[in-house]
Ligand binder design. Sequence first.
Ligand code: ATP
Length: 365
Amino acid sequence: MASVVLEHVTKRYGSVEAVHDVNLNIKDQEFLVFLGPSGCGKTTTLRMVAGLEELSDGDIFIGSENVSQKPPKDRDIAMVFQNYALYPHMTVYENMAFGLKLRKTPKSEIDRRVKEAAEILGLGQLLTRKPKELSGGQRQRVALGRAIVREPKAFLMDEPLSNLDAKLRTQTRVELKNLHRRLGATIIYVTHDQTEAMTMGTRIVVMRDGLVQQVDTPDNIYNKPANQFVATFVGTPAMNLIRGTLETQGDQRFFHVGTQSIALPPAIAHACSDLLNNNLTIGIRPEDIFLHNYPETTAVLKAMIQVIEPMGHENIVYLDLEGQPLTVRTDNSWEAKVGETVNMAINLPRLHAFDPATELSLLYS
Ligand code: ATP
């Protein structure tokens, strides 16, 4: 396996800049996930690594070699797509062996690699079946097997699970994670699904409109988002953003929302010194607001219940805070009625703060 390095990688289609100046150092054996909404440029970036799209600017290195001008076949990488297109007239074994046969790999070597991949993927009993005799998940595993037998420098995967139903997707996700560990593989993976990114990635690249927003571990993406986009793209329900104003009284800073206010914790109060005016957006995740059993480190605001969604193990509560919508997760022992005004306690150590002008985090950008 090998490292993959992107230096100032840019892709323009006419006047549209689909990917802008991406710089990344993907380490050997990393599972790097490109995450972002449709059209953000993640597939284009992956296709440039594969050699399926020319670069408008920049360079790509696989291992120590600059592959920017090399055709896909000379890059020693394997791709797994959403549409895994197996040859229908070939058996599982033949499908997996096909690429190696074309490369004139000796028969005994092909046999060893196919059987080893089949063993890893649990396909040992299915080698003589045709694709139509397999389930969707099994077919996807054959597609993975076809990539594994190549023993490539890196695997490139573009939404490989999106054709599977929810249950199979979860199962295959776990399998992919195991596979990554077992193979010690470098994997670059594209998805718009935050759960896939959070559960499988060793690092995540969040993209928006062709621009990298943050490159970080799943833990930091969730807990230390660099801007409002990352903060609200990852996490379900999404992080609450509350717009308000700042007031300084002595060495304390207060956040006002409508007629209510809270004293800001020192880290945020300090970070607000850089703001050009008194506008501030605070961010708080739905699990960091308490409607009962408050911990000590909270600040209380009042809000009105709009909707309660029972989810079985918890309730999702939608509230109105001075005309701004808020979502809270609470355990189902808590009882209240729609229309009631309730105390809402914000877990202050978990509070985020953003500059409304730039949308950048005041704590982590
Ligand atoms: P999705 O999840 O929908 O596949 P994506 O994040 O992978 O989205 P890309 O497919 O990389 O996005 O596309 C990025 C941008 O480049 C989009 O605005 C898209 O319309 C544009 N684009 C992609 N391919 C071409 C092309 N061949 N010609 C012109 N524009 C293109």
